[in-house]
Design a protein around this ligand. Structure first.
Ligand SMILES: NC(=O)c1ccc[n+]([C@@H]2O[C@H](COP(=O)([O-])OP(=O)(O)OC[C@H]3O[C@@H](n4cnc5c(N)ncnc54)[C@H](O)[C@@H]3O)[C@@H](O)[C@H]2O)c1
Length: 443
């Protein structure tokens, strides 16, 4: 199954590091990096320097601006493109890559709206090539553990799911500091973030969403909410001298952020540290969604982006019992003596009644609840990223849990967010079939 494929990587900001590190490290024998496409020369050289330090021969890597994507693909005789650029660029870059003759691996979300989905679907049909969306959350042992329970029939047939995800004032706030803050760039959190969560539910239930009703809004971040709460005006950016509020990100405090963004700003004016209470925020920070599934189960989902802790709670009700997954990714966001946020994913203050960690519980009808063991995972996203990379670069072996997401899965994951956005603006429930996404989503 293993063959050394030739890769062009498109978009060299934050997320790309996982793929480049893999190609320079564990997957050096599976993948050859032949091209890098990026509009910002500063960020491009940060990554080229890192690769050289990791011992990769970079002199033969062809580089280019996104306008030159086709040339880079042709010159390098690439097999695949990995796309790690901002969400609003995905549709065009996927279509151009497919037409230039390569398969595509794209970071979630596939794209941000129905029009982009149709364009990609047309190109997939026209070229007969593959598009894979990387849904790494499936590979987290805790999420796989819940899938295993359901697939084993431990709760019988699933009839409904409740799912709440809370993003804290460090990570959640970060979506309001840069391009994500404008819904036009990311499709809002229903697409950008919740596509991970909707993909999990689609996969847990092995079912297809059919209708979506969503409510929510920009209720916390942005200048209007800050003014309504009587907040004093903040500096426009977090990178400044003097005292800081915990809402700010000073790019000089992190050498990686400084090199990638602050030192590269002169090329394109991309500001990574904007005021979360400044003007221009159109991405909703509180969301509630109800989703109907083809086999009659319903999902009720909620997302909050300014919580004091980070994690999620899922309950799946079956006709023979109930499974519950509770995950605390960060029990509290704490500040140092200067008022800056201390980013410590394992922070569990001694005085806290919220302990960290994860808990998977099964309770069958007429039986006591029991803890279900979760396999320990290491590394990013609960060990999910390493397993995902093995799938991408080595090809997936037979997997009873069917974790590898295919093309239709990528579309199903954003279909809920696309319909949800339509529902937010019309106030009506939206049938996914009416979106005419150009892809058969039935199973
Ligand atoms: N699966 C996950 O857990 C996860 C985590 C973070 C980000 N992501 C996804 O990865 C992608 C990138 O996010 P990021 O945080 O690295 O963003 P980023 O802004 O840090 O990096 C994006 C890079 O793409 C470049 N770029 C902009 N326009 C481009 C174009 N037209 N063609 C090529 N490159 C272009 C930018 O200059 C920048 O260097 C997004 O789609 C995001 O949703 C996924």
């Amino acid at each position: 199954m293993t063959s050394k494929r030739r890769y062009v990587v498109v978009g060299t900001g934050h997320r790309v590091q996982m793929y480049l590190d893999a190609m320079a490290g564990d997957h050096r024998d599976d993948a050859e990096l032949v091209g890098l496409v990026e509009p910002n020369p500063g960020r491009l050289s940060v990554h080229l320097n890192r690769l050289a330090e990791a011992g990769l021969e970079v002199s033969s890597v062809v580089t280019g601006h996104p306008d030159d994507l086709e040339r880079v693909i042709k010159e390098t005789e690439a097999d695949r493109a990995i796309i790690t650029s901002p969400d609003y660029t995905h549709a065009e870059l996927i279509v151009r890559s497919l037409d230039a003759g390569v398969d595509v691996v794209v970071e979630k979300p596939l794209t941000i709206n129905a029009e982009g989905t149709r364009q990609i679907a047309d190109a997939v049909q026209r070229t007969g090539r593959q598009v894979v969306v990387t849904h790494n959350y499936r590979y987290s042992p805790r999420n796989s553990g819940l899938k295993e329970l359901i697939k084993n029939g431990a709760i019988g047939t699933p009839l409904s799911v409740t799912f709440e995800w809370v993003l804290d004032t460090a990570h959640g706030a970060d979506y309001f500091r840069r391009w994500h803050r404008d819904k036009a760039n990311s499709g809002g959190l229903l697409i950008h973030k919740a596509s991970h969560h909707f993909d999990l539910v689609n996969w847990w239930l092995a079912d297809t969403p059919t209708q979506v009703y969503a409510r929510g809004g920009v209720r916390f971040y942005g200048s209007e909410n800050a003014a309504a709460r009587g907040m004093a005006p903040h500096p426009e950016r977090g990178t400044h001298d003097g005292t800081h509020s915990p809402w700010e990100l000073d790019l000089r405090t992190d050498p990686r952020l400084k090199a990638l963004y602050l030192d590269s700003e002169s090329y394109d004016g991309y500001q990574r540290d904007q005021d979360v209470f400044g003007p221009g925020v159109t991405t909703e920070d509180n969301l509630a969604v109800i989703v109907d599934y083809a086999q009659d189960a319903t999902l009720s989902y909620a997302l909050n982006a300014h919580a004091p802790w980070e994690g999620y709670r899922v309950a799946v009700n079956g006709d023979e019992g109930r499974a519950e997954l509770e995950v605390v990714e960060r029990a509290a966001v704490l500040t140092d003596a200067e008022g800056r946020v201390v980013i410590d994913p394992s922070a569990v203050p001694e005085s806290s009644s919220r302990t960290g960690g994860e808990r998977l519980t099964l309770q069958r009808h007429w039986e006591p609840a029991q803890d279900v063991k979760i396999e320990a995972g290491t590394g990013a996203h609960g060990g999910g990223d390493a397993l995902l990379l093995a799938d991408i670069f080595r090809g997936h072996a037979d997997d009873w849990l069917e974790r590898s997401a295919n093309w239709a899965d990528g579309v199903r994951a954003i279909a809920i967010g696309i319909a949800g956005n339509e529902s937010l603006s019309t106030g009506l429930p939206i049938k996914i079939a009416d979106l005419e996404l150009g892809v058969d989503l039935s199973r």
